[in-house]
Design a protein around this ligand. Structure first.
Ligand code: PNS
Length: 162
Protein backbone atom coordinates (compact mmCIF):
# COMPACT_ATOMS: atom_id res chain seq x y z
CA UNK A 1 0.00 0.00 0.00
CA UNK A 2 1.29 3.43 -0.93
CA UNK A 3 1.96 5.66 2.08
CA UNK A 4 1.69 9.36 1.43
CA UNK A 5 2.88 11.88 3.99
CA UNK A 6 2.53 15.63 4.29
CA UNK A 7 5.25 17.90 5.62
CA UNK A 8 3.44 21.14 6.51
CA UNK A 9 4.95 24.47 7.45
CA UNK A 10 5.40 28.14 6.75
CA UNK A 11 8.79 27.71 5.05
CA UNK A 12 9.45 31.46 5.12
CA UNK A 13 12.02 30.64 3.75
CA UNK A 14 12.96 26.95 3.48
CA UNK A 15 16.19 26.25 5.40
CA UNK A 16 18.79 23.49 5.15
CA UNK A 17 17.18 22.03 8.29
CA UNK A 18 13.85 21.71 6.43
CA UNK A 19 15.66 20.24 3.42
CA UNK A 20 17.34 17.61 5.59
CA UNK A 21 13.92 16.52 6.92
CA UNK A 22 12.46 16.56 3.39
CA UNK A 23 15.20 14.24 2.07
CA UNK A 24 14.94 11.86 5.00
CA UNK A 25 11.12 11.71 4.88
CA UNK A 26 11.13 11.27 1.09
CA UNK A 27 13.38 8.25 1.63
CA UNK A 28 10.78 6.61 3.86
CA UNK A 29 7.38 7.50 2.40
CA UNK A 30 6.22 6.73 -1.13
CA UNK A 31 5.12 10.32 -1.70
CA UNK A 32 5.92 13.38 0.36
CA UNK A 33 3.74 16.43 -0.19
CA UNK A 34 5.21 19.63 1.18
CA UNK A 35 2.23 21.72 2.30
CA UNK A 36 2.96 25.44 2.42
CA UNK A 37 0.59 27.28 4.75
CA UNK A 38 -1.36 30.05 3.07
CA UNK A 39 -3.48 31.39 5.93
CA UNK A 40 -0.67 32.36 8.22
CA UNK A 41 -1.55 34.98 10.83
CA UNK A 42 2.08 36.14 10.85
CA UNK A 43 2.94 38.37 7.89
CA UNK A 44 5.42 36.32 5.88
CA UNK A 45 8.46 37.77 4.12
CA UNK A 46 7.65 35.71 1.02
CA UNK A 47 4.23 35.28 -0.59
CA UNK A 48 2.88 31.74 -0.66
CA UNK A 49 3.60 31.59 -4.42
CA UNK A 50 7.22 32.59 -3.81
CA UNK A 51 7.61 30.01 -1.02
CA UNK A 52 6.12 27.25 -3.20
CA UNK A 53 8.41 28.21 -6.10
CA UNK A 54 11.52 28.20 -3.89
CA UNK A 55 10.63 24.79 -2.46
CA UNK A 56 9.99 23.39 -5.95
CA UNK A 57 13.35 24.73 -7.14
CA UNK A 58 15.34 23.23 -4.26
CA UNK A 59 13.57 19.84 -4.29
CA UNK A 60 13.40 19.32 -8.07
CA UNK A 61 15.91 16.44 -7.85
CA UNK A 62 13.70 14.41 -5.47
CA UNK A 63 11.16 12.59 -7.67
CA UNK A 64 8.61 11.64 -4.99
CA UNK A 65 8.26 15.16 -3.56
CA UNK A 66 5.43 17.51 -4.51
CA UNK A 67 4.98 21.05 -3.27
CA UNK A 68 1.51 22.58 -2.82
CA UNK A 69 -0.02 25.52 -0.98
CA UNK A 70 -2.82 24.83 1.46
CA UNK A 71 -5.15 26.83 3.64
CA UNK A 72 -7.59 25.86 6.38
CA UNK A 73 -7.18 22.88 8.65
CA UNK A 74 -4.14 20.70 8.09
CA UNK A 75 -5.92 17.40 8.76
CA UNK A 76 -8.66 18.30 6.27
CA UNK A 77 -6.04 19.02 3.65
CA UNK A 78 -4.21 15.79 4.54
CA UNK A 79 -7.44 13.85 3.94
CA UNK A 80 -8.10 15.68 0.70
CA UNK A 81 -4.74 14.57 -0.72
CA UNK A 82 -4.82 11.09 0.81
CA UNK A 83 -1.97 11.66 3.31
CA UNK A 84 -2.15 9.51 6.44
CA UNK A 85 1.00 10.87 8.07
CA UNK A 86 2.02 14.38 9.09
CA UNK A 87 5.78 14.87 9.26
CA UNK A 88 7.23 17.46 11.63
CA UNK A 89 10.79 18.18 12.69
CA UNK A 90 11.86 18.47 16.32
CA UNK A 91 14.96 20.54 16.95
CA UNK A 92 15.08 20.86 20.71
CA UNK A 93 12.98 20.52 23.83
CA UNK A 94 11.64 24.03 23.19
CA UNK A 95 9.80 22.74 20.10
CA UNK A 96 8.23 19.90 22.01
CA UNK A 97 5.34 21.61 23.78
CA UNK A 98 4.00 23.35 20.67
CA UNK A 99 4.45 20.24 18.55
CA UNK A 100 2.76 18.00 21.11
CA UNK A 101 -0.18 20.42 21.33
CA UNK A 102 -0.53 20.53 17.55
CA UNK A 103 -0.29 16.77 17.09
CA UNK A 104 -2.81 16.10 19.86
CA UNK A 105 -5.21 18.71 18.47
CA UNK A 106 -4.90 17.18 15.01
CA UNK A 107 -5.43 13.70 16.42
CA UNK A 108 -8.58 14.90 18.20
CA UNK A 109 -9.95 16.37 14.98
CA UNK A 110 -9.09 13.27 12.97
CA UNK A 111 -7.75 10.13 14.64
CA UNK A 112 -6.91 8.64 11.24
CA UNK A 113 -3.96 10.96 10.63
CA UNK A 114 -0.73 10.22 12.53
CA UNK A 115 2.00 12.75 13.28
CA UNK A 116 5.55 11.44 13.03
CA UNK A 117 8.49 13.46 14.30
CA UNK A 118 11.93 13.54 12.76
CA UNK A 119 14.61 14.76 15.14
CA UNK A 120 16.68 17.35 13.36
CA UNK A 121 20.26 16.74 12.49
CA UNK A 122 22.44 18.32 15.25
CA UNK A 123 24.05 20.43 12.55
CA UNK A 124 20.72 22.25 12.09
CA UNK A 125 19.32 22.05 15.61
CA UNK A 126 19.72 25.81 16.18
CA UNK A 127 18.39 26.85 12.78
CA UNK A 128 15.07 28.58 12.05
CA UNK A 129 13.58 30.65 9.25
CA UNK A 130 13.33 33.57 11.69
CA UNK A 131 17.05 33.57 12.50
CA UNK A 132 17.88 33.34 8.79
CA UNK A 133 15.79 36.48 8.16
CA UNK A 134 17.31 38.27 11.13
CA UNK A 135 20.90 37.55 10.03
CA UNK A 136 20.13 38.49 6.41
CA UNK A 137 18.38 41.73 7.39
CA UNK A 138 21.68 42.92 8.91
CA UNK A 139 23.66 41.81 5.86
CA UNK A 140 25.13 38.73 7.60
CA UNK A 141 26.18 35.56 5.81
CA UNK A 142 23.29 33.10 5.49
CA UNK A 143 25.10 30.66 3.19
CA UNK A 144 25.52 28.05 5.97
CA UNK A 145 21.76 28.05 6.57
CA UNK A 146 19.97 28.03 3.21
CA UNK A 147 20.38 26.83 -0.39
CA UNK A 148 22.25 29.44 -2.53
CA UNK A 149 19.13 30.08 -4.66
CA UNK A 150 17.18 30.83 -1.47
CA UNK A 151 19.94 33.08 -0.07
CA UNK A 152 19.80 35.25 -3.23
CA UNK A 153 16.05 35.69 -2.86
CA UNK A 154 16.27 36.55 0.84
CA UNK A 155 18.93 39.20 0.25
CA UNK A 156 16.86 40.65 -2.60
CA UNK A 157 13.87 40.99 -0.25
CA UNK A 158 16.01 43.02 2.14
CA UNK A 159 17.49 45.08 -0.71
CA UNK A 160 20.97 43.73 0.05
CA UNK A 161 23.48 43.13 -2.76
CA UNK A 162 25.83 40.19 -2.23
O1 PNS B 1 6.36 26.11 10.04
P1 PNS B 1 5.32 26.34 11.10
O2 PNS B 1 4.85 27.78 11.06
O3 PNS B 1 5.77 25.90 12.46
O4 PNS B 1 4.05 25.39 10.68
C1 PNS B 1 2.85 25.42 11.42
C2 PNS B 1 1.72 24.63 10.73
C3 PNS B 1 1.54 25.06 9.28
C4 PNS B 1 2.05 23.15 10.74
C5 PNS B 1 0.42 24.87 11.56
O5 PNS B 1 0.26 26.24 11.78
C6 PNS B 1 -0.85 24.33 10.87
O6 PNS B 1 -1.02 23.14 10.74
N1 PNS B 1 -1.72 25.25 10.43
C7 PNS B 1 -2.96 24.91 9.76
C8 PNS B 1 -4.17 25.16 10.67
C9 PNS B 1 -4.47 23.95 11.53
O7 PNS B 1 -4.73 22.86 11.07
N2 PNS B 1 -4.41 24.14 12.86
C10 PNS B 1 -4.72 23.08 13.80
C11 PNS B 1 -3.46 22.43 14.35
S1 PNS B 1 -3.08 23.16 15.91
Amino acid sequence: MEIRAIYPGSFDPVTLGHMDIIRRAAGIFDTLVIGVLNNNTKTPLFSVEERVKMLRDVTCDIPNVRVEAFSGLLVEYANQIGARVIVRGLRAITDFEYELQMSQTNKRIDAGVETMFFTSNVEYSYLSSSTVKEVASFGGDISPFVHPAVADRVYTKFGIQK
